[in-house]
Design a protein around this ligand. Sequence first.
Ligand SMILES: NC(=O)c1ccc[n+]([C@@H]2O[C@H](COP(=O)([O-])OP(=O)(O)OC[C@H]3O[C@@H](n4cnc5c(N)ncnc54)[C@H](O)[C@@H]3O)[C@@H](O)[C@H]2O)c1
Ligand SMILES: O=C(O)C(=O)C[C@]1(C(=O)O)C=C[C@@H](O)C=C1
Length: 364
Amino acid sequence: MRTALVVGTGLIGTSLALALTRRGVTVHLVDQDTDAARTAASLGAGTTESPGGTVDLAIVAVPPAYVAGTLAALLRADAAHGYLDVASVKGGPRRELEALGTDPERLRRYLGTHPMAGRERSGPLAATAELFEGSPWVLTPARDTDTEVLNQALELVAHCRAVPVVMDGGAHDSAVALVSHMPQLVSTLVAARLEHADDTAVRLCGQGIRDVTRIAGSDPAMWIDILSANPGPVADLLDALGEDLGEAVRVLRLLESAEPARRAEGAQGVERLLRRGNAGRARVPGKHGSTPAAYETIAVLISDRPGELARIFADAGRAGVNIEDVRIEHATGQQAGLVQLSVAPEAASGLAAALRERGWSLRA
Ligand SMILES: NC(=O)c1ccc[n+]([C@@H]2O[C@H](COP(=O)([O-])OP(=O)(O)OC[C@H]3O[C@@H](n4cnc5c(N)ncnc54)[C@H](O)[C@@H]3O)[C@@H](O)[C@H]2O)c1
Ligand SMILES: O=C(O)C(=O)C[C@]1(C(=O)O)C=C[C@@H](O)C=C1
C-alpha cells in the first residue's frame, strides 16, 4: 500500500494515519470538521491535500451512523481500490450499504473491520501511533470480499502492529456486546452513582473506582450510535447481570441477619459471586506480546483467484473456529499461494478436517 485516504480524523482515524505515515504510506486526511483534519496533519498524520486520483485504500473512521453513507459516496466516486471502515459494530453498516443500493461488484471491494483498542477521549489530539499495538483487530470478510482488499486490511493491521482476528460480522456484534458494550454501560452506571454523592465520599476515590469508571468518560454521542446498532444483545446481557445483582443483594441481606446460620449462608453466597468474578477475570487475555499464546498453524494452498482468502475464512467461521493470526505467502511467478492460519491447538485438527472436507488442499 502506497497511498491511503482516511475519512474521519478523530481518535481512531488519526491514530491509524500516524501509524501508516510512519511506515512510509502517503496518507490523505479528510474530516467534515476541517479543524480536525488540519490538527491531524499538524501532528504528522498526513496531508489535507486531496489525493487527486484513486488511492490504494480508503479507511472510513467516522461515527457508526455515518459509515454507510460515507462509504457509499466513496465507492460511487471510485475513490480507492479497497475500502474499510473501523466502526465498533459490523452488521449495521453492511446492511445499510446494501440498502443504499450499492452495486454488488463495488461492494466486494469493501471490508468491515474493528480495532479492539481505543480511549475514553475523542478527537485527533487524543491519537497515538501506538494505540493498536498488540490489540486484536477484527476483520469481517463476506463470502465474496475481494482477496486484494483483505490483503490490504492485513497490511494496515500489520503497520499498526495489531493482531488480525477474522470473524463473521454477526458473531463480532454478539461478542462485543459482552466484552465492550455491556462493560461501557456498567462503568457508566457505577460512575452515575457518584453524580450527587456526598463530597466526603468522593474525596476518598482511589484506584479501584478509577479503574471501574475510566470508560464512563466516553463520548455519549458515539455510544448512542454504537448501542443503537446493537441494542438487543446488550439488553439480554444486562438482564442476566440484573439477576446477578439480585443475587448479590439477597446474600448481602443475609449477612445483615442476627442468625449465625443465615450469616454463614450469606458469606457462602458472597464467596460464590467473588469466585465467579475471579474465574471470569482469569479469562481476560493479556495483550498479544505480553502473554504469548501457543497457536498451531495450518497451511492451506490457494489459487490466485479473487475471493479465495475470504472463502477460507468463511469456511473456518462455519466450522466455529477463530483464526488468531494469518500469514500469506505468494509464490512468485505462480498462480498460487500458501495461507498460514494460526488457531488454538484444540481447534486445529477440527479445522483441518473441515477445510479438507470443503475441498481445500492442506500442506503438511
Ligand atoms: N473510540 C474508540 O475507543 C473506538 C475504538 C474502535 C473503533 N471505534 C470506531 O471508530 C470510529 C471513529 O471513532 P473515534 O473514537 O475516532 O471518534 P472521534 O469522535 O474521535 O472522531 C470521529 C471524527 O469523524 C468526523 N466525522 C463525523 N461525521 C463525518 C462525516 N460524515 N464525514 C467526515 N468526517 C466525519 C468527526 O468530525 C470526528 O473528527 C467510530 O465508528 C467508532 O465506532 C472507536
Ligand atoms: O479503552 C477504551 O477506552 C475503549 O474505548 C476501548 C473499546 C473497548 O471497549 O475495548 C471501546 C470501544 C471500541 O469499539 C473498541 C475499544
